[in-house]
Design a protein. Structure first.
Length: 82
């Protein structure tokens, strides 16, 4: 199947924001992994998460990745302010 992998990566990153925690300003945040391994590997290649090659049930988003995730989450899922 052909699909836009960059769009998938953006959605995965936005959803990682939804399940993120343990936020440390300047150091990123942790998020539960549970997405397609190929998408996770592409996020790592783009510098948005640290190397996912471990047995942990969570992964570490870089500061850049966390900020991009937040922006994408609000863009795609946020409600307009009243």
């Amino acid at each position: 199947m052909n699909y836009d992998r960059d769009k998938v990566d953006e959605m995965v990153l936005a959803l990682l924001y939804l399940v993120s925690g343990d936020r440390k300003v300047g150091s990123g945040a942790r998020a539960w992994r549970g997405f397609d391994a190929n998408a996770i590997n592409r996020l790592h290649a783009k510098g948005w998460i640290d190397d996912p090659k471990n047995k942990a049930t969570s992964l570490h988003m870089t500061e850049e990745g966390f900020r991009k995730a937040e922006d994408l989450f609000l863009k795609h899922f946020g409600l307009p302010e009243k």
